[in-house]
Write a protein of this length. Structure first.
Length: 158
């Protein structure tokens, strides 16, 4: 499989950020836990990207370990909203430019406020989607922060 550079990779290249790419065979959406199992990757180090909408109408992006659930109350508090909800999967591509299973916080059509779960800081490198199904980007959490202006906060259910 010839790897096509994704928008996320182009942005990392432009910002001279070091990252590795990992590819895998996958035809359609599979959840992050399944992918981590398939590739023998630790759940704690493998992150998924969720897109939400606040009561204000603003959109927010949350990046958290694949085996955890976002706590919508903590997440809303983290971005200063009264409440937030997940966007409908049908809205994802038009809003972000990415499809379900290939969504990443880097290089969305618009840079939304992004919060990464604070556990990312426990690792030298974390694994995120590369912006398409079948490819991952492995990079330092601080590099992800630099390119998305993310904050690190506790946004998961206990």
């Amino acid at each position: 499989m010839k790897l096509v550079k994704t928008n996320a990779m182009r942005i990392l290249d432009k910002n001279k950020i070091n990252y590795e790419v990992n590819t895998y065979e996958c035809e359609e959406f599979v959840d992050g836990v399944t992918i981590a199992d398939m590739l023998g990757q630790p759940y704690e180090q493998s992150f998924k990207t969720l897109v939400t909408k606040g009561k204000s109408g603003e959109h927010f992006v949350f990046v958290l370990p694949v085996h955890m659930e976002v706590d919508l109350k903590k997440a809303a508090k983290a971005v200063g909203e009264k409440s937030i909800e997940m966007i409908h999967v049908k809205e994802l591509k038009d809003l972000t430019g990415y499809i379900r299973g290939g969504c990443t916080s880097i290089g969305m059509k618009k840079q939304f406020k992004t919060v990464v779960h604070e556990s990312a800081l426990d690792f030298e490198k974390i694994i995120i989607s590369a912006g398409c199904i079948g490819a991952q980007i492995i990079l330092a959490p601080k590099d992800l922060q630099n390119v998305t202006r993310a904050e690190f906060k506790d946004i998961v259910m206990e």
